[in-house]
Design a protein around this ligand. Structure first.
Ligand code: GLY
Ligand code: MN
Ligand code: MN
Length: 440
């Protein structure tokens, strides 16, 4: 693996460059970035799992410690106020000593409510970046998550540094390890719940460490787009398996989907065709291309695939215009990936925050950006038998375009999604998922 210690200083230099530019433009002294606070469960003395502010983990791989603060002005060494209470009830975080600590000045905070003693005195001139606006008010910050700063940071965050790309390759590696174990468990007869356990064991992640709730769906459950139920009992007949699960590394995510047929059959042929379609779309990616155009090209290819498999009849354009491809593939082609699974900035046209909405006919598309080097995106076409969507056609003339007998044949298998994580480079695409040997 690439040496993170070597790559990290340039990462900090780039983040500092961004902060220097936007704070000068907005006449701010700097940014104070809050890691967050625990959220208490109603009527309980337990907290929900802590999820750190993505703007905080953009600077350093501290993802599990609330009440920490980062003070950055783009010129000075970033200062980390590291929360380390005197507490005999809980594990107290060790003082960090890692590849990144030489680039950061660290101060220790022992009482969360004493942070003002360690923050700049003139907070009127600083912007608070974080979730807890009431805390920002108590501390008398001059601004809280100012829109111009947020748009700027979200726009530029799409362009990953070499350090970030190294972290994302590692997150991909962890996810692929889990997928290999999950595939074996599926063919060995495991239940959805048992496959989940196999995935977590292979990746060394707990349920709160995965970047999003795993989708592990056998048979017809694969048609439920956000299926997270995890049946403990195996189905009597084993037909198909869809798994959408990723890995986390230093706060960065991978987001990978595979679909398998238990036996060699028509559904296996459909998977192979979708796999080819997905790779063809990835081959079209290049700087300057609009992500929306990739999504529309996917609908064209999908229409042809549906015709080839006799799931529908008609012509490619007609199937798209009548919304028939959208019934089989109702979600977007993919999204930006990074510190968040659905990384911020997917709709931003420029650093001022100009928003490009998805086309009216494709409201669930999560990315309308123009591709550029060093962006990381998922490409995840799907094909599902979703009766609530297909049944709408029974009310009108579009029913004739559907070959219902074929639909009935595919329904028990649920659906297909194939999702890879791709880095767009200036001269090539890097499919991190396939490079690690995870094929369709
Ligand atoms: N796993 C969520 C997604 O694919 O977008
Ligand atoms: Mn996914
Ligand atoms: Mn995804």
């Amino acid at each position: 693996m690439e040496n993170l210690a070597t790559l990290y200083p340039a990462h900090i230099a780039e983040l500092n460059r961004r902060v220097a530019e936007i704070t000068a433009r907005e006449q701010l002294a700097g940014l104070v970035i809050h890691s967050g606070q625990p959220h208490r469960q109603f009527l309980d003395d337990l907290d929900y799992p802590f999820k750190v502010n993505p703007h905080f983990k953009a600077w350093l791989p501290v993802i599990d410690n609330p009440h920490c603060w980062l003070i950055v002005n783009g010129r000075d060494k970033p200062q980390l106020i590291f929360y380390r209470p005197v507490d005999f009830w809980h594990k107290v975080a060790d003082l960090p000593d890692d590849f990144w600590t030489t680039e950061i000045e660290i101060k220790v905070l022992t009482k969360a409510d004493k942070v003002a003693d360690l923050l700049p005195v003139n907070l009127q001139e600083w912007a608070y970046i974080g979730e807890h606006l009431d805390v920002a008010d108590v501390l008398s910050f001059g601004s809280r998550n100012p829109e111009a700063v947020m748009s700027y940071l979200h726009y530029h965050r799409a362009s990953k540094t070499e350090y970030e790309l190294a972290c994302m390759r590692k997150a991909s590696e962890i996810g692929v390890r889990g997928h290999v174990a999950a595939k074996s468990a599926f063919y060995a007869g495991a239940s959805e719940f048992e496959i989940q356990q196999a995935y977590l064991a292979a990746t060394d992640m707990g349920e709160n460490d995965v970047p999003y709730g795993n989708i592990i769906a056998l048979n017809q459950n694969a048609a439920i787009l956000h299926y997270t139920a995890l049946e403990h009992v195996s189905p009597k007949q084993r037909l198909s398996f869809l798994i959408d699960a990723g890995g986390s590394f230093h706060g960065y995510a991978s987001d990978i989907t595979r679909t398998y047929a238990f036996e060699k059959n028509l559904f296996g042929d459909l998977i192979a065709a979708m796999d080819k379609l997905q790779l063809d779309i990835i081959d079209m990616m290049r700087p300057g291309m609009k992500y929306v155009d990739l999504h529309l090209a996917t609908h064209e290819k999908l229409a042809q695939l549906l015709l080839n498999f006799k799931l529908v009849q008609g012509d490619v354009q007609g199937l798209i215009e009548q919304g028939i491809t959208s019934a089989f593939f109702p979600h977007g082609l993919g999204h930006m990936l990074g510190l968040q699974v659905h990384d911020m900035g997917g709709f931003l046209h420029d650093e001022r925050g100009t928003h490009i909405a998805p086309p009216d006919a494709h409201p669930f598309l999560r990315c309308t950006r123009t591709l550029a080097a060093n962006q990381v995106l998922t490409i995840e076409p799907g094909l599902y038998i979703i009766d609530t969507l297909l049944n709408e056609f029974k009310q009108d003339g579009r029913a004739e375009s559907i070959n219902w007998a074929m639909v009935d044949q595919v329904r028990p298998f649920g659906g297909i999604r194939i999702e890879d994580n791709v880095i767009v480079h200036s001269d090539r695409n890097e499919n991190m998922t396939r490079d690690l040997g995870l094929h369709g």
